[in-house]
Design a protein around this ligand. Structure first.
Ligand code: ADP
Length: 471
C-alpha cells in the first residue's frame, strides 16, 4: 500500500476528521475527509457553507467566533464544540484550527482536525456523578488512576499518581488494602474491606470493593464513605442499650413496687375479712355491703398486683431450651384442669408437633393464657372448641402458631389494644380478669423474637397468632 492509499484509508475510516476552509468568517469548508459521514451522518460532498456556523450548538457560537479571532492572531486555536448530526443529536468534537499563510504572510486557508469526544465526555460525566472514590493500584500498591471528590481525598490529589498505598496511608490501612489487592489479583474475585482514616477533627469510615482491571494486572477499588451509616448504627446501638437499661430498671421498679404493695394490701384484705366475719352480725345491711366492697376491691387489687409481678418476671426466662410444642400445650392443659373440669372443651391439635426453641415454662404460659381466655370468653350455648395449628412462618427460622376458638369474639378494631397492660373489653362484673393475660403473652413472644396478632369478629370466634423460633 502506498502512503497516499494509506492516507486515503485513514481519511475514510480513521477517527479524526480533517478539513480545509476559507479564511473569512464564517468559514466555508472547501474540503473535508470522508469519515465525517460516519461521525455526523452527512456526506462530505454536502458539507460546505452550512457547516460554520449552522451546525454548531447555539451556545457554542460565541466561542467559535472568539476562536476564529484567536486563530487570526495566534495562527492556531484549539476548540471544543457540540456539532449537530443529521438526526438532530449533538456530538462533542475536540480539535484544533491552524492558519496557513503564503510566503508573504497572507492568509491562505484554515486547516483543522477534530475527533469525537462524546463517549469520553459521557464517561467523565458519569464518573463525576458517582459519589464514590475510584482508585487503580498495582501489585505493589502503586496508584495508576484515581477519581475522587475533593472531600473524600485523604491526601493532596497531586501526590497520588505514582505513589504507593504505604506512602500515602497509615500503615495498618495500607496493609489491609494491599492484602485485599493481592487477594483480588490472585483469586480474580472481588474483595470488600472496611477501614477508618483520621481527619483533623474526626474519623471517617470507608468501605472498599476491589476487583481486577481489564488488563488483570491492577486492582480497581471503589471506595465509599460510610461514615454517616457507621455513626447512625453506633447511635442506634447506644440508644438500644439505653432503652434496654431503662426497660430493665422500669421492670425492677414494677417488681419492687408490686412486691411492696402486696404486703399492706394483704393486711387490709385480712382485716376486712375479719370485720366481715366477726362484726357482720352487728353491721346493718349497708355496713355489710361496704365491707363486701372493701373485700372484693382488695381481692381485685391483689390479683392485679400478682399479674403485674408475673409480667415483670417474664424477662427472666431462659430462651435457649428445646422442646416439642405439644409438651407445652399438654402442660398448659394440665394447669387449667380446674377450668376444664367445669367447662368441657374439645381440643383439635396438629398431628405432628415440631420442636421449638425457647423457655418451655413461658411458652406453656402463652398457651395457658390463650386457652383460658377461649374458655372464659366462650359462648354459653355451644360446646367450646379450641383448635391449635402450626405452620412455617414467612420469616425464616420461625413457626406460626394459631389458637382459634368458637367464642364470643370481639370487634377487630380492638385487636391491637387488647395486648396492652390492663386493657379489657368488659367490666370485672361481666367477665372476671385483670387485663394482663395477653400483655404477658405478647411480652413472652417478643422476648423469643416473635410477634403476636389477633383476628376476630363479634360472635364469630377469635384466632390468636404468635410466632416462635424453630429448634
Ligand atoms: P383478661 O382476660 O384478664 O381481661 P387479657 O389480657 O387476657 O385479660 O385479655 C384482654 C381482653 O381481650 C379481654 O378482656 C377480652 O375482652 C379480650 N379477649 C381476650 N381473649 C379473647 C377471646 N378468646 N375471645 C374474645 N375476647 C377475648
Amino acid at each position: 500500500m502506498t502512503a497516499a492509499r494509506a492516507l486515503d484509508f485513514y481519511f475514510r475510516e480513521g477517527p479524526t476528521v480533517f478539513f480545509t476552509a476559507e479564511t473569512t468568517w464564517p468559514w466555508v469548508i472547501s474540503s473535508i475527509s470522508e469519515n465525517v459521514e460516519t461521525q455526523l451522518g452527512i456526506p462530505a460532498s454536502e458539507i460546505r457553507s452550512e457547516f460554520f456556523p449552522e451546525r454548531l450548538h447555539p451556545d457554542d457560537l460565541d466561542r467559535a467566533t472568539d476562536d476564529a479571532a484567536r486563530l487570526l492572531h495566534n495562527g492556531r486555536a484549539p476548540f471544543l464544540y457540540r456539532v449537530r448530526r443529521s438526526d438532530g443529536t449533538y456530538v462533542l468534537v475536540q480539535g484544533e484550527f491552524c492558519l496557513l499563510r503564503d510566503e508573504r504572510g497572507r492568509n491562505q486557508a484554515v486547516v483543522g482536525y477534530w475527533t469525537d469526544r462524546t463517549e469520553q465526555e459521557r464517561a467523565r460525566a458519569v464518573l463525576s456523578a458517582i459519589p464514590d472514590a475510584i482508585f487503580e493500584v498495582d501489585q505493589e500498591g502503586k496508584f495508576s488512576f484515581f477519581h475522587a471528590k475533593p472531600l473524600q481525598t485523604y491526601v493532596d490529589p497531586s501526590r497520588i499518581i505514582g505513589a504507593t498505598l504505604h506512602e500515602l496511608l497509615p500503615k495498618d490501612v495500607a496493609d489491609l488494602l494491599l492484602n485485599a489487592v493481592k487477594r483480588a489479583l490472585a483469586s480474580r474475585e472481588s474483595q470488600v474491606v472496611k477501614y477508618a482514616l483520621p481527619f483533623d477533627s474526626e474519623w471517617r469510615h470507608y468501605q472498599a470493593h476491589l476487583g481486577t482491571s481489564l488488563s488483570q494486572d491492577t486492582a480497581v477499588a471503589i471506595v465509599r464513605d460510610i461514615t454517616d451509616d457507621v455513626l447512625h448504627e453506633s447511635a442506634l446501638r447506644t440508644q438500644k442499650r439505653y432503652l434496654e437499661e431503662a426497660n430493665a430498671s422500669l421492670e425492677q421498679f414494677v417488681y419492687v413496687a408490686s412486691h411492696d404493695l402486696r404486703e399492706p394490701l394483704i393486711g387490709v384484705a385480712g382485716f376486712a375479712t375479719l370485720l366481715q366475719k366477726r362484726y357482720g352480725a352487728v353491721l346493718d345491711e349497708q355496713g355489710n355491703h361496704f365491707v363486701e366492697e372493701v373485700v372484693s376491691g382488695t381481692k381485685n387489687l391483689e390479683a392485679k398486683i400478682d399479674d403485674l409481678l408475673a409480667l415483670s418476671r417474664v424477662s427472666r426466662g431462659n430462651n435457649s431450651g428445646t422442646f416439642a410444642l405439644g409438651a407445652a400445650i399438654e402442660s398448659a392443659k394440665r394447669c387449667l384442669v380446674g377450668q376444664l373440669n367445669k367447662t368441657p372443651v374439645e381440643f383439635k391439635l396438629p398431628e405432628v408437633m415440631p420442636l421449638v426453641r425457647g423457655d418451655r415454662g413461658q411458652i406453656t404460659q402463652v398457651f395457658q393464657n390463650l386457652f383460658s381466655n377461649s374458655i372464659k370468653y366462650r359462648k354459653v350455648d355451644v360446646p367450646t372448641v379450641i383448635e391449635v395449628s402450626v405452620k412455617e412462618d414467612s420469616s425464616p427460622g420461625m413457626l406460626l402458631v394459631s389458637v382459634t376458638d368458637n367464642g364470643i369474639g370481639f370487634d377487630q378494631r380492638h385487636a391491637e389494644r387488647i395486648f396492652g397492660v390492663f386493657q379489657r373489653l368488659y367490666t370485672p362484673q361481666q367477665y372476671p380478669g385483670t387485663g394482663i393475660g395477653l400483655a404477658i403473652v405478647r411480652k413472652i413472644v417478643e422476648r423469643h423474637g416473635g410477634k403476636v396478632s389477633a383476628v376476630s369478629e363479634p360472635n364469630q370466634g377469635s384466632t390468636f397468632f404468635f410466632t416462635v423460633p424453630k429448634a
